[in-house]
Design a binder for this molecule. Structure first.
Ligand code: ARG
Length: 253
């Protein structure tokens, strides 16, 4: 039933483009459901058995996520699920966590330095639907309006409904000047912003910590935003290029 519905929605989207985006379930993250193995670096961080945040696999024992996902939590209550696009399917690997390494300059007020590493208690089995993602270079930069890809198990509508299935969407990198003019308080040098002109494609609750990639490399980490998608309103991502050497030092990647 839901897959038939998806087909109809896709047909409508194909026919009317943006006009119908506002009325279907894809209006927050927008985009599409991912196929199995399409985002082999995607992690679901689970707190007491429930999806809590996203993450990206950068080695067989290390994950990059957002500091606000691990701050105040205990590694013993969190698990990392890799290798699945469907959290109900039971086809992923569920890994225990040994340690959180939260960026020492993380500021929970401003969300500056919103990055954390997670060390797994044992290595994941690589291959198939499980692969690492390369990190963007230090200070990597792209022109405004470059297309980036976001993915996550986060909410798909304003009711914050979790789909338990992985979605992905394309957003544009926006310039610091543009985003600061949208009344974003304190966009720091550790943040990048991205959005979609329609406002109907965005990261949302539960996507935090997950990947924003450009050219197949991890360029941003879902961090914060106002609501989920509004016309002209960006979402903020931790800028991997600014924290590249900290990652190298602490994860040896
Ligand atoms: N901070 C939220 C989380 O923990 C969501 C971040 C993205 N929010 C947004 N409006 N783009 O999942």
């Amino acid at each position: 039933m839901s897959s038939a519905y998806n087909v109809i929605v896709l047909l409508l989207l194909a026919a009317f483009g943006n006009v119908v985006c506002g009325v279907d379930e894809s209006r927050i993250i927008g985009g599409q459901f991912a196929s199995q193995g399409q985002f082999p670096h995607q992690v679901s961080l689970q707190l007491n058995g429930r999806h809590h945040c996203g993450g990206s696999l950068i080695s067989d024992t290390m994950i990059v996520t957002a500091a606000h996902c691990t701050k105040g939590q205990s590694p013993s209550q969190m698990m990392a699920v890799v290798g699945t696009n469907d959290l109900n399917a039971g086809n992923g690997q569920t890994m225990g966590i040994a340690q959180f390494i939260i960026h020492p300059q993380y500021n929970s007020q401003s969300q500056d330095f919103d990055m954390s590493l997670i060390r797994l208690s044992s290595p994941v089995m690589m291959g198939g639907a499980v692969k690492t993602i390369q990190l963007a270079d230090a200070d990597a930069n792209y022109e405004a309006d470059t297309m980036a890809t976001i993915s996550g198990f986060g909410a798909i509508n304003q009711n914050l409904q979790l789909p338990n299935r992985l979605k992905f969407a394309k957003v544009q990198l926006w310039s610091r000047d543009f985003c600061n003019a949208q009344n974003i308080p304190g966009l720091t040098d550790r943040m990048i912003c991205a959005g979609h002109p329609s406002g109907q494609v965005s990261s949302c609750q539960g996507d935090s910590g997950g990947p924003l990639t450009v050219d197949g490399k991890l360029f941003g980490v879902v961090s914060w935003g106002f609501g989920c998608g509004a016309k002209g309103r960006p979402a903020m991502y931790t800028y991997v290029g600014a924290l590249r050497s900290w990652i190298k030092q602490n994860a040896n990647v």
